[in-house]
Unconditional design. Sequence first.
Length: 280
Amino acid sequence: MTEISRHCLAADGHVGVAAWRLDGRGPALLMNADQPFPMASTSKIAIACRILERVAGRELRLDDLLEIPDNMRIGGSLIADRFIHPGIQLSVHNLLQVMLDESDNTATDVLVHACGGVAAVTRSLETWGIVGQRVDRDTRGLHRDFYNLDGPFVDAALDAKTRAVLEEKILLPNPTFEDDLRDVSTPFAMNTLLAELFGGQLPFAGLATVLRDIMRTCRTSDTRLRGLLPPETEVIDKTGTIGGVTNDVGLLVLPQGRGEIVISVFVKRGGELQSSSGSG
């Protein structure tokens, strides 16, 4: 704990940590673990879990094709920037892939709609016994509030990008946004969700490997947990970044069969650990 505290002082922000062995053996490491932190894109884990709950209930299939409406395109995401012409459909499985390993925000909002909206995600969290985590806004709503955008989202975001407002604000701490009690999780709540997910305790236990395989290839975390650990330690994670928020949560698979650790690290009001990855 002393070593964790030393690193937290260097983070130039308010830090929350929760970590324990997936098998439940030994003590938990908890620091500010009962305090709410903005999730940023780590909320995509809960959205993905809600989607798999619907798949397990046969309300969706992984190979179902979902349309990408123009009004859900969010600049800076793989889908919006690469597939520039109308008429896009992607499977649920492909949308999960790019939402989690690329942190694609367009894919996220399409999946939020497909899982019944953000209120449905929060209801599922409550049903699973996750106390202290809530999802209140889709990505467009979250960005609208962070950047103070007015009018139709696509037009407002394009105008802000033209005026370089997005680039100016993306790495600046935003105390009003970071103190908002919407779209937050305590480190303990996130770690509980991860433990239930990777421990096979959620209603879609047979599908948990879908998320495990996707998060194994996370492309936004090279300077986070996986960049700080020995290469023989496998990291299965999801990051979240916006303003002064720098998060990384997931599963550490220790070498030589020494076990697995679920871990959630949240930082707000930070500076030094920030990156240019938007809300990825």
